[in-house]
Design a binder for this molecule. Structure first.
Ligand code: PMP
Length: 391
């Protein structure tokens, strides 16, 4: 017996297969709504101008790459705080933060922190969700309890199922929440529903684990932060997994942070030391370059202004595409009410396959489409293809 012959292969990532299939397709009108990255009007995912300026600055001024420590660059962590939490929120004294390898690293670290503090906590996850959520929590040996939060046929939130899931949870259970730009559905709760969720969290003493991976790509930085701030104002304890990989276009640089809101200064210190210890045994220290870029941008009013303008432009383009699809078909009116990179049409896998084969329109088999993958002028072709395939 050898070690590796005892392994079973895992299924291939279907989105990566989709990229290859799209590249191999030589039809001129093909449209890629598959992969989850922002695309500009030329179909590119460019390095943002603010990022280029920061990299230039770093190239000229960075004089050492010595180790920083498991918590990464704490100046980066601090500079993000007003963007996420606003200026002087009332929980500011109860906040701890650590730099992580992307939002994924923040989720994993948060999961392990919960596992360390309260291993019997269940994680409530509204479905559908980002496919990596469940495995991340499960691999930290936490029990994940899924509940449907949305009906894709009607494209409506099924709020009673949210209320029922939260009401039947036990004190200390964790509730994963996409506080803007839901992946994969684009369906965000209304502010009123968020308020009800905050009340349920408080009433049942549940711990929100907020996943913020797309701030600024819904309605703008401030607007997208509103549900997060409202919830954090209400609860005693929370975790926030933040990603800069989308809103700074830094994807492969792996830029993120995990924040914890705790009850008092004592708990903050305990959370901080545990986060650092868990980081140490996972990746020792987070990669620096991307965080150094974000820090450089946020330390410079000029670069920050460029970044904000670029982000607003990205946001406008996505919402313009949403409006174009809605204008091309009344059945797709819901797309213009959804936010972020994605919407998830209700379709069978065979339909997604037929859209590729018969029309050169590529989306995930689940019916998830990336709204940044199209041009407004593509709306007619997309609607015609959907109608031809009976959806
Ligand atoms: N949360 C959600 C909802 C996401 O969609 C993603 C990335 N697709 C992440 C977290 C992780 O982001 P990162 O690439 O920064 O690890």
């Amino acid at each position: 017996v050898t070690v590796f012959d005892q392994l079973n292969s895992r299924p291939a990532d279907s989105l990566l297969a989709l990229i290859k299939a799209f590249q191999a397709d030589d039809r001129p009108g093909k449209i890629d709504l598959g992969v989850g990255v922002y695309r500009d009007a030329m179909g590119r995912t460019p390095v943002m101008r603010a990022v280029k300026a920061a990299e230039q600055f770093l190239l000229e001024t960075q004089d050492s790459k010595k180790y920083l420590g498991p918590e990464g660059d704490l100046q980066f962590v601090r500079l993000l705080e007003p963007i996420i939490f606003g200026n002087s929120p009332k929980f500011a004294q109860r906040l701890a933060g650590i730099q992580t390898p992307g939002g994924s690293g923040a989720l994993r670290l948060g999961a392990e922190l919960i596992q360390t503090a309260n291993p019997s906590a269940k994680v409530l996850l509204g479905t559908p969700s980002w496919p990596n959520h469940k495995p991340i929590f499960a691999s930290a040996r936490l029990d994940v309890k899924e509940y449907a939060f949305v009906d894709l046929t009607s494209q409506q939130v099924t709020f009673e199922s949210v209320v029922s899931a939260l009401s039947s949870a036990r004190e200390g259970d964790v509730v994963l929440l996409h506080c803007c730009c839901h992946n994969p559905t684009g369906i965000d709760f209304t502010m009123e529903q968020w308020r009800e969720i905050a009340d349920l969290l408080v009433a049942h003493r549940l711990v929100p684990f907020i996943d913020l991976a797309y701030q600024g790509l819904g309605d703008g930085l401030e607007q997208d932060a509103a549900p997060t701030r409202m919830i954090l104002d209400a609860v005693e304890e929370a975790l926030i997994a933040y990603s800069c990989d989308k809103n700074f276009g830094l994807y492969r640089e792996r830029v993120g942070a995990l924040y914890v809101v705790a009850r008092n200064a004592d708990d903050v210190r305990k959370a901080e030391s545990n986060m650092a210890g868990l980081a140490r045994v996972n990746w020792s220290m987070p990669p620096d370059h991307g965080a150094a870029i974000v820090k450089t941008i946020l330390e410079s009013p000029e670069m920050t202004a460029i970044w904000r303008t670029e982000l607003e432009e990205m946001c406008r383009r996505i919402n313009g595409n949403r409006a174009a699809l809605a204008a091309a078909s009344p059945e797709l009116a819901f797309v213009s009410r959804q936010r972020g990179l994605f919407s998830n049409l209700s379709m069978r896998k065979e339909t997604a396959v037929a859209l590729r084969a018969n029309h050169g329109i590529y989306m995930a088999d689940s019916g998830r489409m990336n709204l940044a993958g199209m041009q407004p002028a593509d709306a007619g072709a997309i609607v015609a293809a959907l109608r031809a395939e009976g959806c």
